[in-house]
Design a protein around this ligand. Structure first.
Ligand code: 0L1
Ligand code: MG
Length: 252
């Protein structure tokens, strides 16, 4: 099976909300996994949904432990993944969705080279509380590192709350994930690589490695502060980040 066929299968799994088995370990390496990811995204772009940002994955120890992996990964966001704050998603559009609380940055200037932590601040326009819906296209959320990368790092939906220009207090801010009014996960922005701004630094290095640029105006999902939670019909899901605000959605 070549890269195009693998991408086609992953795209069809997402469109039809039907899980597939992960591909055999060793069928493609990590570099090829990112090539397949690009092919998967090309299907979305072809359907009229352009790339609007990137997501960083496995940025917290909690996430790495939950999924038993040890490397940072990244995927692409397309406009069909954007979900309005406080709107309703349809459970039936997903295979087995989970949600995780995140921080989202709005990029001010093209990220076109590796940045250090001091420089990264100048590339951020604003920050917002956010929720990522992850929905592995692989049966039972079972995958190895190369498979999850090929599957665009499970990314499926993004809810972004109100933008704030005050992003300097985010080194250790409370992050809560509430479902139906009950706290189900609690953590700190410090769980995101020690400081979510480091996610921007890591993203700049990963982009440079592939010779890619993240244009001004893009979203950068910095990663989860806690483990993910499964979504069920009837859920009201909310992220709360101290001094930053909230974002939410319903599951219908
Ligand atoms: O942190 C992340 O967003 C990684 C998501 C990929 C793994 C998963 O499906 O949990
Ligand atoms: Mg995530």
């Amino acid at each position: 099976m070549d890269k195009k066929e693998i991408a086609q299968k992953l795209d069809a799994a997402a469109v039809n909300a039907q899980a597939v088995e992960q591909f055999a370990t060793g069928l493609f390496d990590l570099k090829e996994a990112y090539d397949i990811q690009r092919e998967v995204i090309a299907h979305r772009v072809h359907r009229g949904f352009p790339i609007c940002g990137i997501k960083m994955g496995f940025t917290s120890i909690a996430k790495m432990r939950q999924m038993n992996v040890h490397s940072l990964i990244w995927g692409l966001l397309t406009t069909d993944m954007l979900i309005e704050d406080a709107s309703t998603i349809k459970r039936s559009n997903f295979v087995h969705p989970r949600v995780e609380p995140e921080v989202c940055y709005l990029i001010k200037k093209d990220i076109d080279r590796p940045l250090n932590a001091l420089e990264a601040v100048d590339y951020i326009e604003a920050v917002a509380p956010a929720l990522e819906i992850i929905d592995s296209r692989f049966r039972d959320f079972k995958f190895d590192l190369n498979n999850v990368v090929a599957d665009n790092c499970s990314s499926s939906g993004v809810v972004v709350g109100s933008w704030s220009r005050d992003f300097h207090h985010l080194t250790n801010a409370y992050v809560g994930l509430n479902i139906n009014g009950k706290p189900v996960q609690a953590g700190s922005t410090a769980a995101i690589l020690g400081n979510p701004m480091r996610s921007v630094v890591q993203a700049s290095a990963l982009l440079a490695e592939r010779g890619e640029v993240l244009p001004a105006g893009s979203l950068l999902m910095a990663g989860a502060a806690t483990s993910a939670e499964a979504l069920n019909v009837g859920d009201y899901v909310e992220v709360e980040i101290s001094k930053l605000g909230r974002a939410s959605f319903y599951v219908g």
